[in-house]
Each structure stands twice: as structure tokens, then as C-alpha cells.
Design a protein around this ligand. Structure first.
Ligand code: BG6
Length: 467
């Protein structure tokens, strides 16, 4: 059996607004996440895991696990507090120190430029609906590449652009019901795609040898049955969820089925002269993607009504196109997300077959209610089992011929979930706080911490869990 490459990028991920805290410190501007209304009973993002003040300790723990990479995001609002105005030297200083801390341990920084936290000042001017946000992003990108380009080899443009369009209400990047704002959203999407293309080009021009790619959430979509109408529904959802984003990033063209969906529903974006050339002109070096589970859909043409209650992994459907459906062969997590390790291999094969670019997994993991026992331990065997099975399937995908550069589960350390609070923990490192009590923020090593250390040390060969 083929093995993971010798320089395989083992690591894990976080995002700035979910982990850093210090939301108003050192001249940081507000982001849309800082001002969004959180669900009753869930915390806001003001303190999060206080990574801003604990980053040295946190990176030392990641180094202890043997990380080869750490995927984190830079908060645009720390670098340019109002999104397109003055540069904040304290923001540059913070990320400079964070990058140096990683490099000290030979941990390759893998940086997401934008992870759901658009500067609020830009949002007030229309956010991504305003074409000027493309210029603002480019300005921000230029600062990042100038300041950090010599130290950072791997860049990710935009985290889960597809989820911001499909489930922005759950993530907190869209106000109000997505159905009412479809036309606006697909125009925003067009602008983000242009921003991404220009950014990829800019990096290649500014930093020779640096690599960049998109980071959507990609899931293989199963048809509920082999009924032809279910297959059509599967193709519809696959196009809208996955290929719209990757066909554009790689080939610079709108996916036909997705474009047809936009035409039929009257939500095609306005495309200005020169846009399609810009989109065609950029090429990613790799595809990064987040994977939690597959999706299953059935024919959506009948009595089905649109429903807004979905999230990144719970697909509800669109009347006339597809209906989200349960997969009876899969178990669910405590938070209702299906678990499908084989689907991971299927998704890896599908993406690679379609685009023939190296892949990096930038998220994969299990959100669960972790408990500290009377001995101060966190025995998260369920997480180990989830990751074990997924790494095994990644290995099989490598054996199938997929070129896989790295694996970064979500998340390196406990942090705040997009919409389900701190109780939905994902980390290898436990953070001692609750929804409403910040306690001492102490870091504790979960059982999965020791397990992952062993996995990395053996380059993915030893996945055993000693119970
Ligand atoms: C991805 C996001 O959708 O899933 C992360 O990129 C997010 O920001 C992760 O935290 C897990 O989702 P959730 O909703 O459980 O936080």
C-alpha cells in the first residue's frame, strides 16, 4: 500500500474569530462576527479561547504533538481595522510573532486570508455586494504578502465561500433568510470569486514559489435511490454546492448546471466586461477543502417546500432542484452531522479526478460534548475513532492515486463553533471555560492529543488507540 509522503503536512486548524478573543485589543476593528447576534445561551466571540494571549503556549503544545503545519486565519480587521484604510502595525506585529513562533518549531504556517470575518466597516458599505470590496481585499492581500510572503509558503484565499452563500444565515455572514437574498448572494459570490482570482495572481507575481488555493467545504453528494430523478437532484446539488466553486477556481468558468440553476431562478450575477478573463487568468497551486460528511438528496420537484434551517452539513433543499435527505446507512454525531469516512475517500477521489491538482484537507473532525473526569482527563475515544477512520480512508485514497499534501483536522484547540457555542468542542487541546464562565482558560491535553502525536510520529502508520 502507498504511504503518506515523507513531508506530509500533519497539523490542525483554527480560525481567528473563533479562537483568538481580544476582539477589541491592539486597535483591531470590528468584524461582522463581532457584531452578530448570537443564539440564546451561546457565547459571543469576544474572548473565545484567548489564543491571542496564549499563542506561545498553544503553539508549544502543537509542537509537542509534532505538527508540521498549523492552519490559522488572519483577521483582516487586525491588519486593516476598517477594511480598506490605514494599516495597523500592532496587527502586523501580532501575526509576525505568531508566524515566527510556528517557524521556531519548524511548523509551516498555512494561512487562511479570510474566514467568515469581513470587516464590519466594509459590511456597512455593502460588503461583498459592493465591487469596491474586491479592491479592499486586494489591498489587504498585498499587505499580507509584503509583510509575511518570505516566511509563509502556503496561503488559502477564502474559507468556505460556498457555505457563506448556501448557509450564511447559520454562519452569521448573512442577515435574514437566505431565500430572500439569493440574487444578492450570487452577486457577492461573483465578486468573491474575482477577488480570489486576482489574489492568486498577485501572490504568484509577488512571491516566487509561494502556493495558494481555495478552501471550500466539499462533500460528495449521494442520490437517495437510483431513480433517475434522484440522480438529477444529486447532480443539481453537486453543481450548486461543489463544482460552482471549484470549476471557477481552477478553470475560471461557471459550471453549466449551476449557471442554469441561477438562470432558472433569476439570480444570475451581473458580469462586467473583463471579469471572465480575470477569472480564467488565475490558477491555484492546490485545492484545499474541508470535509465533515457527505450529503444525500432526493428529487426536489414535488411537494417539497424550501426550508432555511440547514447548516454547513445539513442540507435542506431547494424546491424544483433537490431535497435534502437522510442517509440511513450513516450514524450521526451528537450535533446531528452524519459521519461518513468512506465518503471522505470518495470525495478525495472525485475532486482529484476532476481537477488533477494536489489536495490538502483543511478541516475534518468531530464536535462533541467533552467532559473532564475526576482525574482531570478528557477521554475522547469517540473523536479518536472518528479521526482514525478518516485517516484510514485518506490513506486508501492515496493508494488510489490521489495526491494528498496534508491533513489538518478541525480543530487544533477547543474554540467557539460557528453557531453552537463552546460546548461543541473539536480540539485536541481542551480549554477550561464554559459558555458563560471563562474560568482559568487552562489548556489540558485530551486523550486524542497523545493519540495524534503517535499518528504524526509514525506518519499515519500507527492509528491504534490504546484503551
Ligand atoms: C466549517 C467552518 O464549516 O466547520 C468552521 O470552516 C467551523 O469555521 C467548522 O467551525 C465546524 O462547524 P461548527 O458549526 O460546528 O462550528
Amino acid at each position: 500500500m502507498k504511504q503518506f509522503k515523507q513531508d506530509f503536512l500533519w497539523g490542525a486548524s483554527t480560525s481567528a474569530y473563533q479562537v483568538e478573543g481580544a476582539y477589541g485589543e491592539d486597535d483591531k476593528g470590528l468584524s461582522v462576527q463581532d457584531v452578530k447576534a448570537v443564539l440564546p445561551g451561546t457565547p459571543d466571540f469576544k474572548v473565545a479561547s484567548d489564543h491571542y494571549h496564549h499563542f506561545k503556549e498553544d503553539i508549544a503544545l502543537m509542537a509537542e504533538m509534532g505538527f508540521k503545519t498549523y492552519r490559522f486565519s488572519i483577521a483582516w480587521t487586525r491588519i486593516i481595522p476598517d477594511g480598506d484604510g490605514a494599516i495597523n502595525p500592532k496587527g502586523i506585529e501580532f501575526y509576525s510573532k505568531l508566524i515566527d513562533e510556528c517557524l521556531k518549531y519548524k511548523i509551516e504556517p498555512l494561512i487562511t486570508m479570510y474566514h467568515f470575518d469581513l470587516p464590519f466597516e466594509l459590511e456597512k458599505k455593502g460588503g461583498w455586494s459592493n465591487r469596491k470590496t474586491i479592491d479592499a481585499f486586494l489591498k489587504y492581500a498585498k499587505v499580507l504578502f509584503e509583510e509575511f510572503g518570505t516566511r509563509v509558503k502556503y496561503w488559502l484565499t477564502i474559507n468556505e465561500e460556498n457555505m457563506m452563500i448556501l448557509h450564511g444565515a447559520a454562519i452569521g455572514t448573512v442577515n435574514g433568510s437566505a431565500a430572500e437574498v439569493q440574487k444578492i448572494l450570487y452577486q457577492q459570490n461573483h465578486h468573491m470569486l474575482i477577488a480570489q482570482a486576482l489574489t492568486m495572481k498577485l501572490l504568484h507575481k509577488m512571491v516566487v514559489g509561494a502556493k495558494i488555493g481555495p478552501a471550500p467545504n466539499i462533500s460528495y453528494v449521494y442520490p437517495k435511490t437510483c431513480k433517475p430523478e434522484d440522480i438529477l437532484a444529486m447532480q443539481n446539488f453537486t453543481a450548486i454546492r461543489n463544482w460552482l466553486y471549484l470549476d471557477m477556481a481552477v478553470y475560471g468558468r461557471y459550471n453549466t448546471v449551476a449557471w442554469n440553476f441561477m438562470e432558472k431562478t433569476g439570480i444570475t450575477p451581473a458580469i462586467e466586461a473583463g471579469d471572465m478573463e480575470v477569472l480564467k487568468d488565475a490558477k491555484p497551486d492546490f485545492i484545499a477543502f474541508n470535509y465533515y460528511a457527505t450529503a444525500t438528496v432526493a428529487d426536489g420537484s414535488a411537494i417539497f417546500e424550501d426550508d432555511e434551517s440547514g447548516d454547513q452539513q445539513i442540507s435542506i433543499g431547494m424546491k424544483g432542484f433537490y431535497a435534502g435527505s437522510k442517509n440511513e446507512y450513516l450514524q450521526k454525531t451528537q450535533f446531528g452531522w452524519e459521519v461518513d469516512p468512506e465518503g471522505f475517500r470518495i470525495t478525495l477521489r472525485e475532486i482529484y479526478d476532476r481537477y488533477h491538482l494536489p489536495l490538502i484537507v483543511t478541516e475534518n473532525g468531530l464536535g462533541a460534548y467533552d467532559e473532564v473526569n475526576e482525574n482531570g482527563e478528557i477521554i475522547d475515544d469517540y473523536r479518536i475513532e472518528y479521526l482514525q477512520k478518516h485517516i484510514m480512508q485518506a490513506k486508501l485514497a492515496v493508494d488510489d492515486g490521489v495526491e494528498l499534501l496534508g491533513y489538518c483536522p478541525w480543530s487544533a484547540i477547543d474554540l467557539i463553533s460557528t453557531h453552537q457555542g463552546f460546548v461543541k468542542r473539536y480540539g485536541f487541546i481542551y480549554v477550561n471555560r464554559t459558555e458563560d464562565d471563562l474560568k482559568d482558560m487552562k489548556r489540558l491535553k485530551k486523550k486524542s492529543f497523545y493519540w495524534y502525536k503517535k499518528v504524526i510520529a509514525s506518519n499515519g502508520e500507527d492509528l491504534t488507540n490504546n484503551k
